[in-house]
Design a protein around this ligand. Structure first.
Ligand SMILES: Nc1ncnc2c1ncn2[C@@H]1O[C@H](COP(=O)(O)OP(=O)(O)OP(=O)(O)O)[C@@H](O)[C@H]1O
Ligand SMILES: [Mg+2]
Length: 251
């Protein structure tokens, strides 16, 4: 059998939120194919539906029409029992609002996916401390989210997704609350997982320097998804930089 590369397929997916009995369309007949091991970035204005798209992929919401398929299997046909396995083994999400459990320490938050996977306790500690160390959080392991800065919470959320060792990482603005230097090093860690484990990496971002790092870049506009030529994106960024340099120099 040939290797099965196509991992994620969206076929004519439409989605919207109902408000006051009316459906507000967010995604309109979206088609998308992502191969195993790809690094894809998704850009688009605030409210364009980026988080909604990730929620469809994590099976947290369902489309009104069309199909989301993973390894050619319709998510809509997965039973409730298998959906929890899907969320445990196939996909892990780094949420925009970190979504950490406030009563647990950083260490315990990162431990959650390992407990779900029934990793023996003697192995868990080594894994957790290595990941926390890689993310510069070794000295924060036993602090609770309320005792961490925004950027540190973000990094704990990333550590938890890394610990899950899933096939797909969905990252919603993973660098938003980080300084540029930390943001870059977090992206390098996610990219090294993408390369070495062949983990598919889907990053939603407003930061074009993050978007540009991906193999493919998509933009959501008015409910449609379009692929962006990375060269054109970098040229338009270059032009913007030149304009701001000019304004700066002339100012
Ligand atoms: N639970 C909800 N109920 C009703 N409308 C919602 C809900 N969640 C999101 N929306 C609306 O759906 C649209 C798309 O939201 P979404 O969160 O997908 O946008 P986004 O592209 O991720 O934006 P941002 O860049 O600000 O995070 C927005 O107009 C938002 O107000
Ligand atoms: Mg969002």
């Amino acid at each position: 059998m040939p290797p099965f590369n196509e991992q994620i397929t969206l076929e004519e997916v439409s989605f919207g939120y109902k408000r006051g009995g009316k459906l507000k369309p967010i995604l309109r007949n979206v088609n998308l194919k992502i191969d195993e091991g790809e690094f894809v970035s998704i850009i688009g204005e605030s409210g364009s539906g980026k988080t909604s798209l990730l929620s469809l992929l994590s099976a947290s919401i369902k489309p009104q029409s069309g199909e989301v398929k993973i390894y050619d299997k319709k998510i809509s046909s997965i039973s409730e029992k298998h959906l929890s396995e899907y969320r445990r083994d196939i996909v892990s999400t780094i949420y925009q609002g970190h979504n950490l459990l406030e009563v647990l320490t950083a260490y315990q938050n990162v431990e959650l996916p390992l407990l779900l996977k029934k990793i023996p306790s003697q192995n868990r500690g080594t894994i957790i401390l290595r990941i926390l160390k890689d993310l510069g959080l070794a000295d924060k392991a036993f602090q609770k989210p309320e005792e961490l800065s925004g950027g540190e919470k973000q990094r704990v959320a990333i550590a938890r997704a890394i610990a899950a060792n899933s096939k797909i990482i969905l990252a919603d603005e993973p660098t938003a609350s980080l300084d540029p230097e930390t943001g870059r090093s977090i992206m390098e860690i996610l990219e090294s997982i993408n390369r070495t484990n062949n983990t598919t990496l889907i990053v939603v971002t407003h930061d074009m320097s993050v978007a540009q790092r991906a193999d493919r870049i998509y933009r959501l506009v008015e409910g449609n998804i379009e692929e962006i030529d990375p060269i054109k994106l970098s040229q338009s960024l270059q032009n913007q930089t030149n304009i701001s340099d000019k304004i700066y120099l002339e100012g």
